[in-house]
Design a protein around this ligand. Structure first.
Ligand code: ZN
Length: 138
């Protein structure tokens, strides 16, 4: 069995952002030269997510509005966590959107359904943060 590990770095300009990272994950699969296996992609921070969904801007706005209804950023004082920090909403949003995805690799390619794309979901950005890509297989 072969294995491969890489960290992808992000620094978004705004506090919240969705970044399509499908191309970068595909590049990792090519680099790994693993043709049959699994790729794990996970946020290495507890205020960011990795998730799979449609690459459609309206849907991304819907996610933003839905998450703001569930866990509004402000007022900061509504959260117990926000004594020293102001990112309680980001921890909650990350938990809803998930930590990681696992995708099958078949014949050297990501074995996706028709509309599946991989996204990095940032909920407390404007600083350097990482995503781990781990691939195992042969
Ligand atoms: Zn925090």
């Amino acid at each position: 069995m072969r294995n491969y590990r890489k960290e992808l770095w992000f620094e978004t300009r705004s506090r919240r952002e969705f970044v399509n990272i499908t191309g970068e994950v595909e590049k990792c699969v090519q680099e790994s030269r693993i043709t049959e296996g699994l790729v794990l992609v996970n946020a290495m921070h507890i205020t960011a997510s990795v998730f799979i969904n449609d690459n459609e801007s309206g849907l991304h706005m819907d996610f933003e509005r839905w998450l703001e209804k569930l866990a509004p950023e402000k007022p900061y004082s509504q959260y117990e966590h926000n004594g020293y920090e102001d990112n309680a909403d980001a921890h909650l949003k990350r938990t809803i959107m998930g930590r990681e995805v696992v995708v099958a690799i078949t014949e050297g390619r990501l074995d996706f359904g028709p509309w599946e794309q991989i996204f990095y979901g940032e909920f407390d950005g404007k600083r350097k943060k990482r995503v781990l890509v781990k691939i195992i297989g042969e």
